[in-house]
Design a protein around this ligand. Sequence first.
Ligand code: ATP
Length: 305
Amino acid sequence: MVLFVVNESSGNGRGKKVWAKVEAQLHKRGIEYHTVVSSSQDEAVIRMEELLLTGKMKAVAVIGGDGTLHGLLPLLVASGIPCGLIPAGSGNDTSRALGIPRNPIRALDIILAGHTRRIDVLETTSEQYKSQITLTAVAVGLDGAVAADVNGSGYKRWCNKLGVGSLAYIIGLFRSLAVFKPQSITVTIDGVTHDFTRGWLSAISNVSTYGGGLKICPKALPDDNLLHTCIVHSCSVWRILLIFPTLLNGSHVKQPYVTILSGRSVRIDAPKPFVAFGDGEPSGHTPLIATIVPAQLDFLTEASG
Ligand SMILES: Nc1ncnc2c1ncn2[C@@H]1O[C@H](COP(=O)(O)OP(=O)(O)OP(=O)(O)O)[C@@H](O)[C@H]1O
């Protein structure tokens, strides 16, 4: 039986509408299911844990955004149960990376078909969070500041209402640029140290996009056993504004102000703490260590080939 974990508030209420469509479809097809409709992440984890202990759940389907899935990752990884997603968030970078359609019924069909792809996750350690699991990317620096600004903001609600959830990240960028101060950063990847002056951000990615479709690490794949980090450095605020549109097609990687490094483990240091957000949720501050943990999650996706 599939357990549906629903965050009705994801996408500023889209979760509720998506669940209504999915539930109607399940009834129509006469499919039995269990459900956890939660008002908080803690409640979802407790109730999901209880239901998994019964041994009757063959898969968990999350209805929500990247943040909803993020909160359930430790339990999903520990249980080894296949996991699916019916996207209902604002950014939806997990569904983008795994080719899961926005149409709830098509996403439901993928879950019911039962094909899985084994994917990696990122584990981060900071002073604030001893161990955290992220599926998409950890934004460190300017992009972390953007995530902090977007989270819970009034404009995010409006963007979602207008059906342009990704626009919230663009608004957040302009607001954050007005106050953000770049600084020297040190990125140590697999033991090799790289120093950057005027470091703006170091995005650590398991998938190619973040922030609602920005191709920050275009070559990253969720099952390549590697993490990829994109460092933007040595440039002015005006250059950042010019680089930003090139994130849409990933051509920023050709610029001298952008360095991509890949490996298994990375540590980011900065003289003053840079804020970090994983899957759009708080991950602490630098110094921060991220490690790729290969083949941790069986994700329900379209059959390949
Ligand atoms: N299982 C849950 N039930 C209820 N609320 C949750 C649950 N998990 C997380 N939340 C809260 O709901 C917020 C919004 O969820 P989520 O991040 O999935 O949606 P979003 O922000 O609209 O989309 P995205 O993360 O794709 O941009 C989270 O930041 C968190 O505070």
